[in-house]
Design a protein around this ligand. Sequence first.
Ligand code: ASP
Ligand code: MG
Length: 471
Amino acid sequence: MRTVTMKFGGTSVGSPEAVSNVVNIVGEAVAAGERVVVVLSAMSGVTDALLNSVKMAAAGNKWDYLSTARRLRDLHEDTLNRLMSPSRLREKTAAQISLLLDEYVEICNAINVLGEATPRIVDSIVSFGERMSVRMVAAVLAQAGVNAVPYEAGEFLITDGLHQKATPLWDETQAAIEQKLLPLLDEGIVPVITGFLGKSLDGAITTLGRGGSDFSGAIFAAYTNSDELIIWTDVDGVMTADPRLDKRARVLPHVSYQEVGELAFYGAKVLHPKTVQPILDRGIPMRVRNTFNPSYPGTLIEENGTPSATVVKAVTSVRNVSLLTVSGKGMIGVPGIAGRTFLAAAGAGANILMISQSSSEQSFCFLVTDITAQEVKAKIEGELGAEIARRDVDRIEIQNDIVIITTVGAGMRGIPGVAGRVFGVMGANEINVIAIAQGSSECSISFVVEEADLERAVIALHDLALEAVAV
Ligand code: ASP
Ligand code: MG
Protein backbone atom coordinates (compact mmCIF):
# COMPACT_ATOMS: atom_id res chain seq x y z
CA MET A 1 0.00 0.00 0.00
CA ARG A 2 1.35 3.41 -0.92
CA THR A 3 1.79 6.01 1.80
CA VAL A 4 1.59 9.66 0.79
CA THR A 5 2.22 12.72 2.93
CA MET A 6 0.27 15.76 1.74
CA LYS A 7 1.00 19.21 3.06
CA PHE A 8 -1.51 21.94 2.33
CA GLY A 9 -0.41 25.57 2.64
CA GLY A 10 -2.32 28.56 3.99
CA THR A 11 -4.16 29.48 0.79
CA SER A 12 -5.05 25.81 0.24
CA VAL A 13 -7.08 25.90 3.47
CA GLY A 14 -7.82 29.62 3.30
CA SER A 15 -11.45 29.59 2.12
CA PRO A 16 -14.43 27.21 1.91
CA GLU A 17 -13.70 26.69 -1.81
CA ALA A 18 -10.08 25.79 -1.08
CA VAL A 19 -11.02 23.40 1.74
CA SER A 20 -13.50 21.63 -0.50
CA ASN A 21 -10.68 21.08 -3.00
CA VAL A 22 -8.58 19.62 -0.18
CA VAL A 23 -11.42 17.25 0.67
CA ASN A 24 -11.63 16.08 -2.93
CA ILE A 25 -7.87 15.58 -3.20
CA VAL A 26 -7.56 13.64 0.05
CA GLY A 27 -10.80 11.74 -0.58
CA GLU A 28 -9.57 10.57 -3.98
CA ALA A 29 -6.25 9.36 -2.60
CA VAL A 30 -8.00 7.43 0.16
CA ALA A 31 -10.47 5.95 -2.31
CA ALA A 32 -7.50 4.83 -4.42
CA GLY A 33 -6.28 2.82 -1.43
CA GLU A 34 -3.47 5.13 -0.34
CA ARG A 35 -2.48 5.74 3.26
CA VAL A 36 -2.51 9.51 3.65
CA VAL A 37 -0.84 11.75 6.22
CA VAL A 38 -2.22 15.30 6.04
CA VAL A 39 -0.14 18.22 7.32
CA LEU A 40 -1.73 21.67 7.40
CA SER A 41 -0.83 25.32 7.66
CA ALA A 42 -3.06 27.87 9.34
CA MET A 43 -5.66 29.53 7.09
CA SER A 44 -3.95 32.24 5.05
CA GLY A 45 -3.36 35.46 6.93
CA VAL A 46 -4.01 33.90 10.34
CA THR A 47 -0.35 33.53 11.40
CA ASP A 48 0.34 37.16 10.50
CA ALA A 49 -2.72 38.32 12.42
CA LEU A 50 -1.73 36.32 15.51
CA LEU A 51 1.84 37.59 15.47
CA ASN A 52 0.67 41.14 15.02
CA SER A 53 -1.79 40.86 17.88
CA VAL A 54 1.02 39.82 20.23
CA LYS A 55 2.85 43.05 19.45
CA MET A 56 -0.30 45.08 19.90
CA ALA A 57 -1.17 43.33 23.18
CA ALA A 58 2.34 43.98 24.53
CA ALA A 59 1.98 47.62 23.52
CA GLY A 60 -1.20 47.91 25.56
CA ASN A 61 -3.78 47.45 22.83
CA LYS A 62 -6.64 45.19 23.97
CA TRP A 63 -8.91 45.95 21.10
CA ASP A 64 -6.70 44.30 18.50
CA TYR A 65 -6.64 40.81 20.01
CA LEU A 66 -10.27 40.91 21.02
CA SER A 67 -11.29 41.80 17.48
CA THR A 68 -8.81 39.28 16.05
CA ALA A 69 -10.42 36.56 18.19
CA ARG A 70 -13.86 37.54 16.92
CA ARG A 71 -12.72 37.61 13.33
CA LEU A 72 -10.95 34.23 13.54
CA ARG A 73 -14.00 32.67 15.18
CA ASP A 74 -16.17 33.91 12.31
CA LEU A 75 -13.66 32.83 9.68
CA HIS A 76 -13.46 29.22 10.89
CA GLU A 77 -17.14 28.94 11.78
CA ASP A 78 -18.18 30.35 8.46
CA THR A 79 -16.03 27.78 6.65
CA LEU A 80 -17.51 24.97 8.77
CA ASN A 81 -21.06 26.18 8.19
CA ARG A 82 -20.62 26.47 4.47
CA LEU A 83 -19.07 23.05 4.06
CA MET A 84 -20.91 20.98 6.64
CA SER A 85 -24.56 20.36 7.19
CA PRO A 86 -25.74 20.84 10.79
CA SER A 87 -24.45 17.96 12.88
CA ARG A 88 -23.04 17.16 16.28
CA LEU A 89 -19.57 17.05 14.76
CA ARG A 90 -19.99 20.54 13.36
CA GLU A 91 -21.15 21.90 16.71
CA LYS A 92 -18.39 20.09 18.57
CA THR A 93 -15.72 21.38 16.20
CA ALA A 94 -16.98 24.97 16.40
CA ALA A 95 -16.97 24.68 20.18
CA GLN A 96 -13.38 23.38 20.19
CA ILE A 97 -12.24 26.27 18.00
CA SER A 98 -14.07 28.69 20.24
CA LEU A 99 -12.31 27.26 23.30
CA LEU A 100 -8.93 27.65 21.63
CA LEU A 101 -9.76 31.29 20.95
CA ASP A 102 -10.78 31.80 24.57
CA GLU A 103 -7.37 30.48 25.56
CA TYR A 104 -5.78 32.82 23.02
CA VAL A 105 -7.55 35.80 24.58
CA GLU A 106 -6.45 34.74 28.05
CA ILE A 107 -2.80 34.58 27.03
CA CYS A 108 -3.13 37.94 25.29
CA ASN A 109 -4.61 39.38 28.48
CA ALA A 110 -1.49 38.25 30.32
CA ILE A 111 0.77 39.77 27.65
CA ASN A 112 -1.26 42.94 27.90
CA VAL A 113 -0.73 43.13 31.64
CA LEU A 114 2.96 42.22 31.53
CA GLY A 115 3.69 44.48 28.56
CA GLU A 116 5.90 41.90 26.88
CA ALA A 117 5.93 38.39 25.41
CA THR A 118 8.79 35.92 25.53
CA PRO A 119 9.54 33.81 22.43
CA ARG A 120 7.96 30.88 24.23
CA ILE A 121 4.72 32.80 24.68
CA VAL A 122 4.81 34.01 21.08
CA ASP A 123 5.01 30.36 20.01
CA SER A 124 2.02 29.44 22.11
CA ILE A 125 0.02 32.30 20.54
CA VAL A 126 1.03 31.59 16.97
CA SER A 127 0.23 27.89 17.40
CA PHE A 128 -3.50 28.59 17.50
CA GLY A 129 -3.63 29.10 13.71
CA GLU A 130 -2.65 25.52 12.88
CA ARG A 131 -4.51 24.09 15.86
CA MET A 132 -7.74 25.58 14.55
CA SER A 133 -7.20 24.64 10.92
CA VAL A 134 -6.59 20.94 11.61
CA ARG A 135 -9.79 20.65 13.65
CA MET A 136 -11.78 22.43 10.98
CA VAL A 137 -10.43 20.45 8.02
CA ALA A 138 -10.56 17.09 9.82
CA ALA A 139 -14.25 17.68 10.55
CA VAL A 140 -15.05 18.52 6.94
CA LEU A 141 -13.10 15.46 5.80
CA ALA A 142 -14.96 13.29 8.30
CA GLN A 143 -18.31 14.48 7.01
CA ALA A 144 -17.15 13.47 3.52
CA GLY A 145 -16.60 9.93 4.82
CA VAL A 146 -12.83 10.09 5.36
CA ASN A 147 -11.66 8.61 8.66
CA ALA A 148 -9.82 11.83 9.54
CA VAL A 149 -8.66 12.73 13.05
CA PRO A 150 -6.91 16.00 14.02
CA TYR A 151 -3.57 15.81 15.86
CA GLU A 152 -1.21 18.29 17.41
CA ALA A 153 2.29 17.87 15.96
CA GLY A 154 3.78 18.02 19.45
CA GLU A 155 2.75 14.41 19.93
CA PHE A 156 5.18 13.35 17.22
CA LEU A 157 7.57 16.18 16.38
CA ILE A 158 10.03 16.81 19.20
CA THR A 159 12.33 19.82 18.99
CA ASP A 160 14.97 21.70 20.90
CA GLY A 161 13.83 24.63 23.00
CA LEU A 162 14.81 27.39 20.59
CA HIS A 163 11.43 29.05 20.30
CA GLN A 164 10.36 30.55 16.95
CA LYS A 165 13.13 28.69 15.10
CA ALA A 166 13.21 25.29 16.70
CA THR A 167 15.16 22.37 15.23
CA PRO A 168 13.78 18.83 15.37
CA LEU A 169 15.45 16.32 17.66
CA TRP A 170 15.67 13.68 14.98
CA ASP A 171 15.94 10.49 17.03
CA GLU A 172 13.13 11.45 19.41
CA THR A 173 10.95 12.51 16.50
CA GLN A 174 11.60 9.33 14.56
CA ALA A 175 10.76 7.23 17.62
CA ALA A 176 7.54 9.16 18.32
CA ILE A 177 6.37 8.93 14.71
CA GLU A 178 7.13 5.22 14.53
CA GLN A 179 5.52 4.44 17.86
CA LYS A 180 2.50 6.71 17.74
CA LEU A 181 1.76 7.76 14.18
CA LEU A 182 2.40 4.60 12.17
CA PRO A 183 -0.12 2.58 14.24
CA LEU A 184 -2.78 5.17 13.39
CA LEU A 185 -2.11 4.64 9.70
CA ASP A 186 -2.31 0.90 10.23
CA GLU A 187 -5.75 1.41 11.77
CA GLY A 188 -6.91 3.22 8.66
CA ILE A 189 -6.95 6.67 10.26
CA VAL A 190 -6.07 9.71 8.16
CA PRO A 191 -4.18 11.90 10.65
CA VAL A 192 -4.58 15.64 10.05
CA ILE A 193 -1.56 17.17 11.75
CA THR A 194 -0.59 20.75 12.54
CA GLY A 195 2.33 21.87 10.39
CA PHE A 196 4.85 24.41 11.68
CA LEU A 197 4.58 23.19 15.29
CA GLY A 198 6.51 20.89 17.56
CA LYS A 199 7.05 20.38 21.25
CA SER A 200 10.22 20.77 23.26
CA LEU A 201 11.37 18.16 25.77
CA ASP A 202 9.96 20.27 28.60
CA GLY A 203 6.55 20.18 26.99
CA ALA A 204 6.27 23.69 25.53
CA ILE A 205 4.88 24.31 22.04
CA THR A 206 7.63 25.33 19.60
CA THR A 207 7.55 26.55 15.99
CA LEU A 208 9.93 25.75 13.15
CA GLY A 209 10.14 29.29 11.73
CA ARG A 210 7.86 31.09 9.28
CA GLY A 211 6.76 28.92 6.40
CA GLY A 212 7.89 25.89 8.40
CA SER A 213 5.00 23.60 7.62
CA ASP A 214 6.72 22.49 4.39
CA PHE A 215 9.55 21.32 6.63
CA SER A 216 7.00 19.57 8.87
CA GLY A 217 5.57 17.81 5.82
CA ALA A 218 9.03 16.54 4.88
CA ILE A 219 9.71 15.30 8.43
CA PHE A 220 6.45 13.34 8.50
CA ALA A 221 7.10 11.99 5.00
CA ALA A 222 10.56 10.81 6.03
CA TYR A 223 9.63 8.95 9.21
CA THR A 224 6.41 7.44 7.89
CA ASN A 225 8.58 6.25 5.01
CA SER A 226 6.16 7.82 2.55
CA ASP A 227 6.36 6.94 -1.10
CA GLU A 228 5.80 10.58 -1.95
CA LEU A 229 5.57 14.01 -0.35
CA ILE A 230 3.15 16.38 -2.04
CA ILE A 231 3.37 20.06 -1.22
CA TRP A 232 -0.04 21.43 -2.20
CA THR A 233 0.10 25.17 -2.74
CA ASP A 234 -1.45 27.90 -4.90
CA VAL A 235 0.90 27.79 -7.89
CA ASP A 236 1.41 25.11 -10.53
CA GLY A 237 4.93 24.24 -9.42
CA VAL A 238 8.49 25.49 -9.25
CA MET A 239 8.92 28.18 -11.87
CA THR A 240 11.75 29.34 -14.09
CA ALA A 241 11.46 32.85 -12.60
CA ASP A 242 9.18 34.96 -10.44
CA PRO A 243 6.14 35.59 -12.64
CA ARG A 244 5.74 39.05 -11.10
CA LEU A 245 9.14 39.97 -12.54
CA ASP A 246 8.74 38.19 -15.87
CA LYS A 247 5.39 37.09 -17.24
CA ARG A 248 7.07 34.45 -19.39
CA ALA A 249 7.85 32.38 -16.28
CA ARG A 250 6.98 28.69 -16.75
CA VAL A 251 6.67 25.66 -14.57
CA LEU A 252 9.66 23.32 -14.44
CA PRO A 253 8.49 19.70 -14.76
CA HIS A 254 11.62 18.26 -13.03
CA VAL A 255 14.06 19.69 -10.52
CA SER A 256 16.69 17.97 -8.37
CA TYR A 257 16.78 18.23 -4.56
CA GLN A 258 19.90 20.29 -4.82
CA GLU A 259 18.47 22.70 -7.36
CA VAL A 260 15.30 23.24 -5.37
CA GLY A 261 17.39 23.76 -2.23
CA GLU A 262 19.33 26.56 -3.93
CA LEU A 263 16.17 28.06 -5.39
CA ALA A 264 14.44 28.12 -2.01
CA PHE A 265 17.50 29.52 -0.24
CA TYR A 266 17.87 32.25 -2.83
CA GLY A 267 14.38 33.62 -2.86
CA ALA A 268 11.95 31.26 -4.61
CA LYS A 269 9.00 31.42 -2.24
CA VAL A 270 7.56 28.08 -3.22
CA LEU A 271 9.27 25.97 -0.54
CA HIS A 272 10.83 26.44 2.87
CA PRO A 273 14.61 26.06 2.35
CA LYS A 274 14.89 23.17 4.84
CA THR A 275 12.22 21.06 3.16
CA VAL A 276 14.56 18.78 1.24
CA GLN A 277 16.75 17.99 4.26
CA PRO A 278 14.69 15.15 5.82
CA ILE A 279 13.74 13.42 2.56
CA LEU A 280 17.04 13.74 0.71
CA ASP A 281 18.81 10.74 2.24
CA ARG A 282 15.77 8.55 1.88
CA GLY A 283 15.27 9.59 -1.73
CA ILE A 284 11.57 10.29 -1.19
CA PRO A 285 10.26 12.11 -4.25
CA MET A 286 8.43 15.37 -3.67
CA ARG A 287 5.91 17.11 -5.86
CA VAL A 288 4.81 20.72 -5.74
CA ARG A 289 1.20 20.91 -6.92
CA ASN A 290 -1.64 23.40 -7.14
CA THR A 291 -4.74 22.82 -5.00
CA PHE A 292 -6.67 25.05 -7.39
CA ASN A 293 -5.52 23.14 -10.49
CA PRO A 294 -5.36 19.56 -9.20
CA SER A 295 -5.23 17.86 -12.58
CA TYR A 296 -1.91 19.54 -13.33
CA PRO A 297 1.04 17.27 -12.45
CA GLY A 298 3.17 20.07 -10.94
CA THR A 299 6.92 19.89 -10.45
CA LEU A 300 8.58 16.60 -9.54
CA ILE A 301 11.60 16.97 -7.26
CA GLU A 302 13.89 13.99 -6.86
CA GLU A 303 17.46 12.81 -6.73
CA ASN A 304 18.51 13.64 -10.25
CA GLY A 305 16.42 16.24 -11.94
CA THR A 306 16.58 15.92 -15.69
CA PRO A 307 19.51 18.04 -16.78
CA SER A 308 18.33 20.67 -19.19
CA ALA A 309 19.68 21.21 -22.64
CA THR A 310 20.80 24.67 -21.70
CA VAL A 311 22.46 24.96 -18.38
CA VAL A 312 20.51 27.69 -16.62
CA LYS A 313 17.23 26.27 -15.38
CA ALA A 314 15.84 29.05 -13.26
CA VAL A 315 16.55 32.54 -11.99
CA THR A 316 15.68 33.79 -8.51
CA SER A 317 16.35 36.91 -6.53
CA VAL A 318 16.45 38.03 -2.92
CA ARG A 319 15.51 41.56 -1.95
CA ASN A 320 15.88 43.34 1.37
CA VAL A 321 19.48 42.34 1.80
CA SER A 322 22.52 44.40 2.76
CA LEU A 323 26.09 44.05 1.58
CA LEU A 324 28.68 44.47 4.30
CA THR A 325 32.22 45.15 3.20
CA VAL A 326 35.19 44.86 5.54
CA SER A 327 38.26 46.51 4.05
CA GLY A 328 41.75 47.59 5.04
CA LYS A 329 45.27 47.36 3.69
CA GLY A 330 46.50 45.84 6.95
CA MET A 331 44.31 42.79 6.45
CA ILE A 332 46.65 41.25 3.89
CA GLY A 333 47.87 37.93 5.11
CA VAL A 334 46.40 38.35 8.61
CA PRO A 335 44.63 35.11 9.36
CA GLY A 336 41.41 34.98 11.27
CA ILE A 337 39.80 38.29 10.41
CA ALA A 338 37.19 36.70 8.18
CA GLY A 339 36.56 33.97 10.73
CA ARG A 340 36.08 36.44 13.56
CA THR A 341 33.84 38.61 11.38
CA PHE A 342 31.51 35.72 10.58
CA LEU A 343 31.40 34.62 14.19
CA ALA A 344 30.47 38.17 15.17
CA ALA A 345 27.74 38.12 12.51
CA ALA A 346 26.45 34.85 13.92
CA GLY A 347 26.48 36.47 17.35
CA ALA A 348 24.02 39.03 16.00
CA GLY A 349 21.77 36.16 14.94
CA ALA A 350 22.37 36.88 11.26
CA ASN A 351 22.22 34.29 8.53
CA ILE A 352 24.94 34.90 5.95
CA LEU A 353 23.48 34.57 2.48
CA MET A 354 26.59 34.89 0.38
CA ILE A 355 30.33 35.58 0.79
CA SER A 356 32.89 36.95 -1.63
CA GLN A 357 36.52 38.01 -1.27
CA SER A 358 38.69 39.98 -3.63
CA SER A 359 41.97 38.23 -4.40
CA SER A 360 44.02 41.19 -3.19
CA GLU A 361 42.66 40.38 0.28
CA GLN A 362 42.15 44.07 0.90
CA SER A 363 38.46 43.52 1.35
CA PHE A 364 35.82 40.90 1.59
CA CYS A 365 32.09 41.25 1.59
CA PHE A 366 29.05 39.27 2.57
CA LEU A 367 25.29 39.58 2.59
CA VAL A 368 22.78 39.51 5.38
CA THR A 369 19.13 40.53 5.56
CA ASP A 370 18.42 44.25 5.95
CA ILE A 371 16.94 43.89 9.41
CA THR A 372 20.09 42.37 10.88
CA ALA A 373 22.65 44.58 9.06
CA GLN A 374 23.12 47.36 11.62
CA GLU A 375 23.51 44.97 14.49
CA VAL A 376 25.97 42.83 12.54
CA LYS A 377 28.04 45.93 11.78
CA ALA A 378 28.09 46.92 15.45
CA LYS A 379 29.12 43.42 16.53
CA ILE A 380 31.95 43.31 13.98
CA GLU A 381 33.18 46.74 15.04
CA GLY A 382 33.29 45.43 18.58
CA GLU A 383 35.11 42.25 17.60
CA LEU A 384 37.67 44.00 15.36
CA GLY A 385 38.10 46.99 17.68
CA ALA A 386 41.87 46.51 18.05
CA GLU A 387 42.43 46.11 14.30
CA ILE A 388 40.34 49.20 13.61
CA ALA A 389 42.32 51.21 16.17
CA ARG A 390 45.57 50.08 14.49
CA ARG A 391 44.11 50.94 11.08
CA ASP A 392 44.64 47.39 9.85
CA VAL A 393 40.95 47.45 9.15
CA ASP A 394 39.78 50.75 7.70
CA ARG A 395 36.05 50.45 7.72
CA ILE A 396 32.97 48.32 7.63
CA GLU A 397 30.48 49.59 5.11
CA ILE A 398 26.82 48.77 4.56
CA GLN A 399 25.15 49.02 1.19
CA ASN A 400 21.45 48.24 1.11
CA ASP A 401 20.02 49.23 -2.26
CA ILE A 402 21.07 45.89 -3.72
CA VAL A 403 19.69 42.44 -4.52
CA ILE A 404 21.09 38.94 -4.92
CA ILE A 405 20.38 37.23 -8.20
CA THR A 406 20.93 33.49 -8.50
CA THR A 407 20.91 31.28 -11.55
CA VAL A 408 20.35 27.62 -10.80
CA GLY A 409 20.88 24.46 -12.82
CA ALA A 410 22.64 21.18 -12.08
CA GLY A 411 23.82 21.10 -15.70
CA MET A 412 26.26 23.90 -14.87
CA ARG A 413 28.50 21.39 -13.15
CA GLY A 414 31.60 20.77 -15.13
CA ILE A 415 30.50 22.81 -18.10
CA PRO A 416 33.03 25.50 -18.74
CA GLY A 417 31.90 28.94 -19.68
CA VAL A 418 28.57 29.06 -17.90
CA ALA A 419 29.69 31.86 -15.62
CA GLY A 420 31.09 33.62 -18.66
CA ARG A 421 27.74 33.35 -20.36
CA VAL A 422 25.83 34.60 -17.35
CA PHE A 423 28.09 37.60 -16.87
CA GLY A 424 28.24 38.16 -20.61
CA VAL A 425 24.49 38.69 -20.47
CA MET A 426 24.96 41.21 -17.66
CA GLY A 427 27.64 43.00 -19.63
CA ALA A 428 25.55 43.13 -22.78
CA ASN A 429 22.79 44.76 -20.75
CA GLU A 430 25.17 47.19 -19.08
CA ILE A 431 24.31 45.89 -15.63
CA ASN A 432 27.04 46.42 -13.06
CA VAL A 433 27.88 43.29 -11.04
CA ILE A 434 28.94 44.26 -7.53
CA ALA A 435 30.02 40.87 -6.13
CA ILE A 436 30.00 37.26 -7.25
CA ALA A 437 29.91 33.86 -5.56
CA GLN A 438 29.63 30.35 -6.87
CA GLY A 439 28.72 27.52 -4.58
CA SER A 440 31.11 24.57 -4.65
CA SER A 441 28.18 22.38 -5.61
CA GLU A 442 28.42 24.26 -8.94
CA CYS A 443 24.68 24.08 -9.21
CA SER A 444 24.20 27.82 -8.83
CA ILE A 445 25.90 31.13 -9.43
CA SER A 446 24.91 34.09 -7.26
CA PHE A 447 25.81 37.71 -7.69
CA VAL A 448 24.84 41.12 -6.43
CA VAL A 449 23.46 43.99 -8.50
CA GLU A 450 21.81 47.27 -7.68
CA GLU A 451 18.13 46.96 -6.89
CA ALA A 452 17.32 49.27 -9.80
CA ASP A 453 18.76 46.65 -12.20
CA LEU A 454 16.80 43.73 -10.76
CA GLU A 455 14.06 43.41 -13.32
CA ARG A 456 16.31 43.86 -16.35
CA ALA A 457 18.82 41.35 -15.00
CA VAL A 458 16.18 38.71 -14.28
CA ILE A 459 14.54 39.10 -17.68
CA ALA A 460 17.86 38.89 -19.52
CA LEU A 461 18.97 35.77 -17.62
CA HIS A 462 15.55 34.25 -17.90
CA ASP A 463 16.06 34.13 -21.66
CA LEU A 464 18.75 31.52 -21.00
CA ALA A 465 16.42 29.47 -18.81
CA LEU A 466 13.48 29.63 -21.21
CA GLU A 467 15.53 28.06 -23.97
CA ALA A 468 15.84 25.08 -21.63
CA VAL A 469 12.13 24.66 -21.00
CA ALA A 470 11.36 24.92 -24.70
CA VAL A 471 13.52 21.86 -25.45
N1 ASP B 1 1.45 29.23 9.26
C1 ASP B 1 2.88 29.35 9.32
C2 ASP B 1 3.35 30.61 8.61
O1 ASP B 1 2.55 31.32 8.04
C3 ASP B 1 3.59 28.15 8.80
C4 ASP B 1 3.36 27.87 7.34
O2 ASP B 1 2.38 28.31 6.75
O3 ASP B 1 4.17 27.16 6.75
O4 ASP B 1 4.51 30.90 8.64
MG1 MG C 1 2.75 29.11 4.35
